[in-house]
Design a protein around this ligand. Structure first.
Ligand code: TRP
Ligand code: SF4
Length: 327
């Protein structure tokens, strides 16, 4: 039998090219596993409970990006968390058996409260405390055995296994498997200023950028700051353009490196070459996205179908849960 995967993303709106490696991994996993991919809109509420007006639009934009990159509704169940009430139901049941000390000691908990507190945002809520239980409910509602996540989510997965074990033990039934993290070696792209790529830093490149926009963004990329004239010897190791080339222009990477070190290529020319390569690579995604945007009602139908499949799978789990609890 194929393994089952659940993974999710918060609705962030249109994605940037830093998200591509995660999504491309999801696309690959569709072939090997039964996959459930979720828009985690309730999770968004833990930090943005006062900005709910954008969630619908952001969900839509993000889903169009998923599909453009190759998440395939024929192969994966694509759904929205808040349309599957079983997540909330299981969250409640699991919260009854979770010792308070377990949620309080999740390493990201106090850090995030402090971090957001410094930005003037108070997320010291009951809901935020329960975040790991909600995430556990997301995964366990499908009895998923595999969860592709980034390293930052590992404590949450360990937490999920602990709850699964505790439930199975308390009610003396093997209702839940203990889900394993699937870490992929993913390329990490910096933003155009060399810092971590993030929409809030305005240093990102949207995956739907046009050729012109790509040219503009690449032009702004930081290069070797020591290099002023194009005959200056450069150091690609400290150049963001070069980091991008190692992903988007592998074929001529050695040549670029040598030419830079010898001072035989100018940054303007080097950037132009990168922008062209990136355009070639992103064009199919952009074109698919245009196609999908034109289809009226298509996304709504797709979501309705995914929601239905998700509710049915999660419903079966809840039946097993109440059976085990003799309720
Ligand atoms: N917490 C994840 C994030 O912020 C999103 C998420 C919610 C998730 N539920 C999940 C990921 C379940 C994997 C499995 O990125
Ligand atoms: Fe970077 Fe290319 Fe300029 Fe070298 S020539 S510093 S690799 S942009």
């Amino acid at each position: 039998m194929r393994g089952r995967i659940l993974s999710g993303m918060r609705p962030t709106g249109t994605l940037h090219i830093g998200h591509l490696s995660v999504l491309e991994n999801w696309v690959k996993l569709q072939e090997e596993y039964e996959t459930f991919y979720m828009v985690a809109d309730w999770h968004a509420l833990t930090t943005s409970f006062d900005e709910t007006g954008f969630i619908k639009e952001k969900t839509r934009d993000m889903l169009l990006d998923w599909l453009s990159v190759g998440i395939d509704p024929e192969k994966s169940t694509i759904f929205i968390q808040s349309h599957v009430p079983q997540h909330a139901e299981l969250h409640l049941l699991l919260s009854m058996i979770t010792p308070l000390s377990w949620v309080e000691r999740v390493p990201t908990y106090k850090d995030q409260i402090q971090q957001l507190g410094e930005q003037g945002k108070d997320i010291n809520t009951y809901g935020f405390l329960g975040y790991p239980i909600l995430m556990a409910a997301d995964i366990l509602a499908y009895r998923a055995d595999t969860v592709p996540v980034g390293e930052d989510q590992l404590p949450h997965l360990e937490f999920t296994r602990e709850i699964a074990r505790r439930f199975n033990y308390l009610y003396d039934h093997q209702v839940f498997p203990e889900p394993q993290a699937k870490l992929a070696k993913l390329a990490v792209l910096p933003g155009i200023d060399g810092r971590k790529m993030s929409k809030s830093y305005h240093n990102d490149i949207a995956i739907t950028c046009t050729a012109d926009e790509l040219g503009e963004r690449v032009k702004l990329m930081v290069t070797d700051p020591q290099r002023i004239r194009k005959t200056d010897k450069g150091n690609p190791d400290v150049c963001t353009v070069y980091t991008y080339q190692s992903l988007y222009d592998k074929e001529t990477l050695c040549e670029t490196e040598e030419a830079c070190r010898r001072g035989e290529i100018g940054c303007v020319q080097c950037k132009k070459k990168l922008a062209e390569k990136m355009d070639l690579s992103l064009k199919p995604i952009r074109e698919k996205r245009y196609e999908l945007e034109k289809k009226k009602g298509f996304l709504e139908e797709l979501i309705a179908e995914g929601d239905k499949k998700a509710r049915s799978a999660a419903g079966a789990t809840l039946d097993a849960v109440y059976d085990a609890m003799r309720m």
